[in-house]
Write a protein that binds this ligand. Structure first.
Ligand code: SAM
Length: 300
């Protein structure tokens, strides 16, 4: 299966090197502790999604395009700025951040951790990611980056569902466009609550299905190969909110930002010549009401 096209359609230029190869894994099958789902292993291992054309600058998120003029030609710099801006949007919800200790879950290449240290004054940030190759890339990408020192940035291999960090040892936990990959969001909610001090704060941004109806998951799988092949899981936003409350979080809030994410991304992709493609179908799924991009905050 080729990322970016459905069977029978012509592939677009940037898709050729990137394939979700797992066609056996079922998204909701529980994985043994510490193992990496095959689709995640391939996508963030040999395929290195951060190098695919829809992404840029080492980030791997769809971006927050607020404030970027969409009626002008969108550049690679705009694309990088959109991804940094998604981090800024998340990190602003965690203020005050000065001198605080934070964990990022699903840190990818660690550039969001570096931004948090550089622009938000955290005392230290610990980046957690399930994939050893991502962590190796993160070490390379963040070494010598402004604001990053070995004392302030720690990179740890671990799963969101089994975070290898001590109880009540952090003030802030955040996650950017990674929760759609987590197999067990209830376990993630419990782990995030466990590592936070009482009163500590969590912000998660990602895309979530509109509801738990099997028809919604089936429609997402028809439209988006990443759901069809088990890279993304059709977690509902309501289910995630309920999981946070069940884990002990209070003051759970949800902000819908689908417009700010997918309109700009789609304009950018249009400019790259991508017509029928996996990421462009996200705007279609959002416009059809199947999913939305959310910023979810909660207090431990
Ligand atoms: C779409 S990338 C986002 C990376 C980064 N947050 C960014 O915005 O650039 C998702 C990341 O989540 C990681 N990941 C996937 N499943 C995970 C899990 N269960 N626990 C921790 N990390 C996971 C992947 O290895 C990948 O690096």
């Amino acid at each position: 299966m080729v990322l970016g096209r459905r069977r029978g359609r012509r592939p677009v230029r940037w898709t050729r090197a990137f394939m979700f190869v797992d066609n056996r894994e079922k998204a909701r099958v529980s994985m043994p502790q510490g193992s990496i789902p095959p689709s995640v292993r391939e996508t963030y291992g040999p395929q290195n999604l951060s190098a695919a054309e829809p992404f840029a600058g080492g980030f791997i998120n769809f971006g927050d395009w607020t404030g970027i003029p969409l009626d002008e030609r969108l550049t690679r710099d705009d694309r990088i700025r959109s991804q940094q801006n998604l981090y800024r949007r998340v990190l602003r919800t965690l203020e005050p951040t000065e001198g605080r200790r934070a964990v990022e879950v699903g840190c990818g290449l660690g550039l969001g951790c570096a931004l948090a240290l550089r622009e938000f004054g955290f005392a230290e940030v610990t980046g957690v990611d399930i994939h050893p190759q991502q962590l190796e890339r993160a070490r390379q990408a963040t070494t010598g980056a402004p604001g990053v020192t070995p004392e302030r940035l720690t990179l740890v291999r671990g799963a969101a569902e089994d975070i290898p960090l001590p109880n009540a040892s952090f003030d802030r936990v955040y996650s950017v466009e990674a929760a759609q990959h987590f197999r067990d969001l209830a376990a993630f909610a419990r782990q995030a609550h466990r590592v936070l001090e009482p009163g500590g704060r969590l912000t998660v941004t990602s895309f979530f299905a509109a509801d738990d109806a099997p028809a919604t998951a089936a429609s997402l799988a028809r439209l988006l190969d990443s759901y069809a092949e088990g890279l993304d899981v059709a977690h509902s936003i309501g289910g995630f909110e309920a999981a946070l409350s069940a884990a002990g979080f209070r003051d759970v809030t949800t902000d819908s930002i689908g417009d700010a994410v997918w309109t700009g991304l789609d304009r950018y992709l249009e400019g790259t010549g991508a017509r029928e493609s996996w990421p462009r179908n996200f705007l279609r799924a959002y416009s059809s009401g199947l999913l939305d991009y959310h910023v979810v905050t909660a207090v431990a």
